[in-house]
Design a binder for this molecule. Structure first.
Ligand code: FAD
Ligand code: FES
Ligand code: FES
Length: 495
């Protein structure tokens, strides 16, 4: 396979080619320090505040879509094949204020203005979203943008006023030309910039990835960089060898196998959301609250699993569903139950030069019922203190099988095997028959105290979540158990 020793992206309608791409260079540094396009701001430098938001244009089903990302933790090399739209560009392309900027002025959406470029770019992406958003969609769209002085009401007003579902700006008018230019950038060549000691690489296929990683098992794999980006900006680590997975065709696939869904390791949360939501609405609600729009556009389920965090949101949710993890090393692949991947804190069952290729998530069978809950201090953009998920299989109202998984209760995401065993045989609609399973969680876990939650809080909450799940499945309406994220009762045989 031919190798390209440069990256290419679109800026203001023109192709930019860079032959020198330091592996750790961030998009924000490129914009501010190289281009001197300083409208894009740096606030936190860790994906939390949204001041650095830019929109990336890419082709989806032949159409140009714009999606917001945090430029502070996106690597420059990851921009290959994309259109980069930064706040400075709007004035140039529009010859005046963009419609979302006009609305921000008219609705008084800016005071000190430091957050404003980031909000404008999140709204720019929403403006191009193809449908007029309601208030909840606007809130979701700006969940990754912090404002400390204006307050959100005028910004939400500006969004509702300007994002009418029909984009007419210069970007919409140039959509055909942009699509053509993006198609021109989409070759299937492997990108490799640097030398054997220091490089940024973006292989185009799984075989090339396996070969390169085999030659450089010390390289760092990067999917969405929402974790790795912080190793650079906050931990100040030196990462001389980066292999980006975003161009690996096989890892970007989602396959609906009828009874299951296979999610490639480089598929981002936004792309995985519809299929996971179709398995169960609680998964959709969980993903809506995972990070922010910017984090979900970049971050991947594969990265969430591979990083092995005890408080990653998706591992417990998928373990309860019985997901299987697929890994590849060289030409060989192996599979394991997802829970077996997590060996100990910071230690996963991954061999040198082995990478996660897919996670296969079974759909619910008839008589299987699922719930998952994220507990965090803030609604949006917050790491979980606790994450709980359960799937039960019923025969009549009797529990035949149970899978319960928690994050934040141990050094790894873990199943509650004692509670699971205690639940089997219980009658769902007679609480007295399953209350011992709730108490059994004390045998499964000995949670830690830390700044996110005390051990006592974690244990009490885990018990509460398991009780809530069983009551809900037994027929208690979610209007009685939830403040938000209500869902219809799934168990038809409820009393
Ligand atoms: C502001 C912010 C908010 C966040 N909120 C949440 C949250 O609410 N819930 C949550 O769970 N997480 C959250 N995160 C953490 C992060 O977004 C997730 O863990 C995300 O899923 C990581 O995916 P990624 O593709 O960005 O991984 P990357 O940063 O690219 O990689 C993460 C790790 O996985 C490895 N890796 C990636 N892909 C593979 C592969 N295919 N094979 C082997 N190793 C691989 C990398 O080498 C690295 O060690 C947040 C992060 C930020 C910055
Ligand atoms: S600077 Fe805060 S998210 Fe990037
Ligand atoms: S206007 Fe000052 S932080 Fe938002």
């Amino acid at each position: 396979m031919a190798v390209r020793r440069s990256i290419r992206f679109l800026r203001r309608g023109k192709v930019v080619q860079l032959d020198n791409v330091p592996p750790m260079a961030t998009l924000l540094d490129y914009l501010r320090l190289t281009e001197r396009a300083c409208g894009t701001k740096e606030g936190c430098g860790e994906g939390d505040c949204g001041a650095c938001t830019v929109a990336l244009g890419a082709l989806r089903d032949g159409r140009v879509v714009y999606e917001p990302v945090n430029s502070c933790i996106q690597l420059l090399g990851m921009m290959d094949g994309k259109e980069i739209v930064a706040v400075d560009d709007l004035q140039v392309r529009e010859g005046g204020l963009h419609p979302v900027q006009c609305a921000m002025v008219e609705c008084h959406g800016s005071q000190c203005g430091f957050c404003t470029p980031g909000f404008v770019m999140s709204l720019f992406a929403l403006y191009h979203g193809g449908e007029a958003p309601g208030r909840q969609q606007v809130n979701d769209a700006i969940s990754g943008n912090l404002c400390r002085c204006t307050g959100y009401r005028p910004i939400v007003d500006a969004a509702l006023k300007s994002c009418c579902g029909h984009a007419t700006d210069s970007y919409a008018r140039a959509a055909d030309a942009t699509a053509k230019a993006l198609r021109g950038l989409a070759d299937a060549k492997d990108v490799f910039i640097g030398d054997a000691n220091s490089f940024f690489a973006a292989p185009a296929g799984a075989a090339a990835l396996a070969k390169l990683y085999g030659e450089h098992p010390d390289a760092v794999l990067v999917a969405g960089a929402t974790d790795v980006g912080l190793w650079i900006t906050k931990q100040l680590r030196t990462l001389p060898k980066i292999i980006h997975l975003g161009r690996v065709a096989e890892l970007n696939r989602i396959e609906d196998g009828g009874n299951d869904v296979a999610i490639g390791a480089a598929v981002n949360y936004e792309a995985a959301l519809p299929l996971l939501t179709a398995i169960d609405p609680d998964l959709g609600e969980l993903l809506r609250r995972l990070g922010s729009k910017q984090v979900r556009i970049a971050g991947t389920v594969g990265g969430n699993i591979a990083n092995g965090s005890p408080i990653g949101d998706t591992p417990p949710a998928l373990i309860a569903l019985g997901a299987t993890l697929e890994l590849r090393q060289g030409r060989s692949t192996r599979s394991m139950p997802l829970e077996d991947f997590f060996i100990a804190y910071g230690k996963q069952d991954r061999r040198p030069s082995e990478f996660v290729s897919r996670v296969i998530v079974p759909k619910l069978k008839p008589q299987q019922f699922y719930r998952s809950y994220k507990i965090s201090k803030r609604f949006d953009q917050d790491i979980s203190s606790l994450m709980g998920a359960i799937r039960i299989t019923l025969e009549g109202s009797q529990i035949r099988e149970a899978r319960i998984a928690f994050g934040g209760m141990a050094a790894t995401p873990r199943r509650a095997r004692v509670a699971e065993a205690t639940l089997v045989g219980a009658d769902l609609i007679r609480q007295a028959t399953w209350s011992s399973a709730i108490e059994a969680l004390a045998h499964d876990f000995n949670p830690i105290d830390d700044f996110r939650a005390s051990a006592a809080y974690r244990m009490a909450t885990a018990k509460g979540l398991l009780t809530k799940a069983l009551l809900e499945i037994a027929g208690t309406p979610t209007s009685a158990t939830r403040v938000i994220g209500h869902r219809e009762t799934m168990y038809a045989g409820a009393a």
